[in-house]
Design a protein around this ligand. Structure first.
Ligand code: ADP
Ligand code: MG
Length: 347
């Protein structure tokens, strides 16, 4: 089946190349498996009117979080947010979650209770039930994985496919905050290692640090779309950064995107912090990950319905130029947005 005689480095493929490569070798055989790999959730036939949705996230210590500054309670909350966000990205409602844990004896009962306290708060917030999981020993730090099951009305489901030229590109909330929050936390950690008695003052960074440690998933946006009667033509959540996500949307829809720099929604705290780190706030907004906002394309005919919704910003539109994603800067210059984004340090 797999005919690679020599060793191929995973870095040659990248995360998305790897998934694509593996997915060629398996399809679906059950008639109830409507959609397998390739969207925010897999889609399953559930009833005449509804689909079931499933997705999984894995968070690894040292890769996705650092316990030096990530309280376990916040981590539990963030994990639930990350996984239910994939259900919202399909315009659905999450109902159940399961957790898989890899624990080392470094943790006592109280630490695990903290993790669960965050999970339980998130379960109340998103109205989901924790219905099981798996527990094992880990020799390489804490591993937490979460799966979600959700439902969506068949008429309302939004896939990554469906965007067409002239559709508006819309994003919820603001961008780049979680990335700048991470930069602050990493900086404070370095300071703390050098001067252990110094207590970091994070108050002035409360918003962006909160965006990083205790991400929120946008169930409210799904409710707003329902209220105003708008079904996006395509949608996904922003976990890796808008630059990376529009690359996916462009590819699966064979379209391009024009994004206007002056329309990017960026919180003032993100802007100030980016500047103090010598970073360009727009590049941070496009490339910073973990915002868990929703990125969608909306038919021009729905413009009147969304134009005054404060939490939705039109940042550009879909073009016919397949895979050509461009940023139109404040000064009117045009740059190609690369799939991996620009180097984040570029001013
Ligand atoms: P998201 O960022 O929304 O969580 P991903 O980029 O992780 O989505 O995944 C994209 C698609 O690839 C999804 O359909 C997911 O189920 C699938 N996928 C991810 N990893 C694997 C894997 N190792 N094997 C098979 N499918 C995978
Ligand atoms: Mg997603």
């Amino acid at each position: 089946m797999f005919e690679n005689a020599d060793r191929t480095e995973l870095s040659e493929l990248g995360e998305f190349g790897l998934i694509e490569h593996l997915a060629q070798h398996f399809g679906t055989k059950n008639q109830h498996s409507i959609k397998g790999v390739g969207d925010d959730c897999a889609v399953i036939e559930r009833s005449e009117t509804t689909f079931g949705l499933i997705s999984t996230e894995v968070f690894l210590e040292g890769v996705h979080f650092d316990l030096a500054y990530h309280p376990l309670k916040h981590l539990g909350y963030k994990l639930v947010s990350a996984v239910v966000s994939d259900v919202y990205a399909m315009n659905g409602k999450p109902e159940q979650i399961q957790i898989a844990l890899g624990l080392s004896n470094r943790f006592g009962l109280e630490a695990i209770e903290e993790l669960y306290a965050g999970i339980i708060i998130a379960c109340d917030k998103y109205k989901v039930d924790l219905v099981g999981g798996d527990t094992s020993t880990s020799r390489s730090g804490l591993v937490v994985s979460m799966s979600v099951y959700g439902v969506v009305n068949k008429d309302l489901i939004t896939y990554r496919t469906g965007a067409k030229p002239m559709d508006l590109l819309v994003v919820s909330g603001d961008l780049g905050g979680a990335y700048m929050g991470l930069q602050i936390l990493e900086r404070e950690k370095r300071v703390f290692m050098e001067v252990p008695n110094m207590q970091p003052d994070l108050e002035q960074y409360d918003y962006i640090v909160g965006r990083q440690l205790r991400a929120e998933a946008r169930f409210d946006v799904i409710d707003i779309l329902e209220e105003i009667g708008v079904k996006p033509t395509s949608m996904m959540d922003v976990s890796d950064g808008v630059a990376s996500e529009i690359f996916h949307l462009a590819k699966v829809n064979q379209v391009g995107f024009d994004i206007f720099e002056d329309k990017l929604p960026i919180d003032p705290q993100t802007v100030e912090t980016a500047i103090s780190f010598d970073l360009n706030p727009s590049i941070v907004a496009l490339n910073g990950g973990e915002d868990y906002e929703l990125l969608m394309t909306i038919d021009q005919g729905d413009f009147e319905k969304i134009k005054n919704i404060p939490d939705l910003t039109i940042i550009g539109y879909v073009t016919e130029a397949a895979l050509k994603n461009q940023l139109i800067t404040k000064s009117g210059n045009t740059f190609d947005i690369k799939a991996q984004g620009w180097p984040i340090s570029q001013k």
